[in-house]
Design a protein around this ligand. Structure first.
Ligand code: BEZ
Ligand code: MG
Length: 533
């Protein structure tokens, strides 16, 4: 039955390339609505849409549970779904999802679309429950062949299942895909809408954002495509599906100004996707050279200003794609925070600038990564917003130290001439209805669902020693967010203190289970207090 939740998420995505409609879209159509409009209405708090989306979600779960029920035996094991399906498909009225939906307001759902979708879900179910891991590991240890296959996010692409394969990544030149661009457009438009709503209707002139390698593998280049859509270019694939060209999207089609970017590529992204860094650099330079009004093309506006100030030509000033020097990774802010080896926030910001200011220049082939710190600082000083993506429900903001390690929010504030704090946003693309939230909202949500959630910390504690370390790690990573962005509410620390320190029984459990991590937890509380967080 655990497969139901996974299948509900898989069923929520349209798959136009395979002619598969999403279950929520099919259900919405029966009441004369478009699912995207319902998502929008729901996000705006329109009660009618909130209620309708709740009903659609419940009906999706119900229909899929009915299907999984029929495909499993009385021990809850999946019996051969293909046989079951074949026999089910013979009897139109008997299909379990039709039976379920006939008792709901969605009884008129398109049968043919449902049949195609559930045929696909049946294949997915077999893959989900395949359970090949121990067998494959044993085979590998015996020096036998393990079948290779692509890795990635099983919701976006269930064909990465079953687990227990010899996983490889993708053709690094094959991203972004058409589907990735489609998802990217939605996130970019939501980000710009949110920024406008919070800033008197003004578009941001520049967004400082982050590209990770693993994320772009999982999403087939969604965040790469976001950068392209912000500056208003479209990726163009050749006959073999390799994306090695971009073309400008007209201002009419874009319907807004081209937004400037400062791209912080992780070291892993640089290693995996150097061709895509090259492509992005060419895209930025191309956009900076378009003959367009400066209030409609912020890339050009800033590049012209910077060229003048720095005494370089426009193409050189239009340098926006940065990473570490070759062979170097991370800003190391995470290490400094984890080891408490930093005096003040300025020190962390200097580390960021000195380590992440290397650019790949498409006009200097073969030159490798070159330090371009002045342009980096000038570009960051124009940022009105900072932005990162969360694309998997398994790893969130305080689970690892690498998200705050990439965050330049306070740094941008220091570099801006007006000293204004930029807005900070996080996109959550883990479900069909992608969300863009502010960083502070996302930190709050993370604290509520993990560090301060009894289900989470009791679950951790039930694993013993390592669980205490996990709790301590969340608190340290929270301090990291205070240090780089100042977007953590006081109550997060207050409630953590109440939960883990003031409660004497809890304090003793932590201390006895893992005295080292408990000591670090105490130190971190004292440090957060000492630093005024
Ligand atoms: C990356 O995939 O780019 C990445 C992986 C681990 C830490 C930071 C970045
Ligand atoms: Mg790294």
């Amino acid at each position: 039955m655990e497969a139901v939740a996974t299948l509900v998420n898989i069923a929520a995505l349209d798959r136009p390339e395979d002619d598969i409609s999403a279950l929520p879209s099919i259900l919405a159509a029966t009441v004369g609505r478009n699912i995207e409009d319902i998502y929008r209405g729901n996000d705006k708090g329109i009660l009618k849409d909130v209620e309708l989306l709740r009903q659609i979600t419940e009906a999706s779960r119900g229909a899929i549970s009915a299907f999984v029920d029929r495909s499993t035996n009385n021990k809850g094991q999946v019996v051969d779904t293909s046989d079951k399906l074949t026999s089910l498909l013979g009897f139109g009225l008997n299909e379990p999802w039709i039976q379920y939906l006939s008792n709901t307001q969605f009884y008129r759902a398109d049968r043919e679309k449902l049949r195609v979708l559930f045929g696909f879900l049946g294949e997915c179910l077999k893959l989900i429950v395949a359970n090949n891991e121990v067998g494959s590991l044993k085979q590998a240890l015996e020096g036998k062949y393990v079948e290779p296959g692509p890795g990635g996010d099983p919701i976006r692409n269930p064909k990465v299942l079953p687990t227990g394969k010899n996983i490889h990544a993708l053709d690094p030149q094959a991203i972004p895909t058409v589907a990735a661009l489609q998802s990217a457009k939605i996130v970019v438009e939501r980000l710009l809408e949110r920024q406008k709503a919070d800033n008197g209707g003004k578009y941001p002139e520049t967004v400082a954002l982050v590209l990770w390698g693993t994320d772009n593998i999982k999403t087939y280049g969604e965040s790469l495509a976001q950068v392209m859509w912000m500056i208003g270019v479209r990726p163009v694939a050749d006959g073999l599906g390799r994306v090695n060209k971009v073309e400008p999207v007209s201002l009419e089609e874009l319907g807004r100004p081209r937004v400037d970017v400062v791209v912080n590529c992780s070291g892993v992204f640089r290693d995996l996707f150097i061709n895509q860094m090259n492509l992005l650099d060419r895209a930025v330079k191309m956009v900076a050279e378009l003959d367009e009004p400066e209030d409609q093309n912020f890339v050009r506006k800033h590049a012209l200003e910077q060229a003048k100030t720095l005494g370089v030509d426009v193409r050189e000033a239009a340098t926006r794609v940065f990473s570490n020097a070759s062979g170097s990774y991370s800003s190391n802010i995470n290490l400094a925070v984890e080891n408490s080896s930093w005096n003040d926030e300025k020190q962390l910001q200097d580390m960021y600038l000195s380590r992440k200011s290397f650019a790949f220049d498409s006009d200097a082939p073969g030159a490798g990564m070159m330090e371009k710190r002045q342009v980096f600082e000038m570009a960051l000083s124009t940022a009105d917003a900072t932005f990162q993506n969360l694309d998997s429900s398994e790893i969130s903001l305080t689970d690892v130290s690498h998200y705050f390690d990439s965050d330049p929010t306070n740094l941008v504030q220091n570099l801006r001439k007006d000293g204004k704090k930029p807005s900070a946003y996080i996109a959550d693309t883990t479900t069909a209805n992608a969300q863009v939230r502010t960083l502070s909202e996302t930190v709050r949500l993370d604290a509520r669902t993990k560090l301060l959630n009894p289900k989470w910390y009791e679950g951790m504690l039930s694993t013993g020693y390592e669980g205490v370390r996990e709790i301590e790690k969340r608190l340290t990573n929270t301090v990291g967010w205070s240090a780089t962005s100042g977007q953590v509410d006081n109550w997060v620390y207050e409630e953590a203190n109440t939960t883990f320190i003031k409660d004497e029984e809890m304090l003793n459990r932590l201390m006895n289970t893992n005295p080292n991590s408990f000591r670090k937890l105490l130190q971190t509380f004292l440090e957060a207090n000492g630093r005024g967080y």
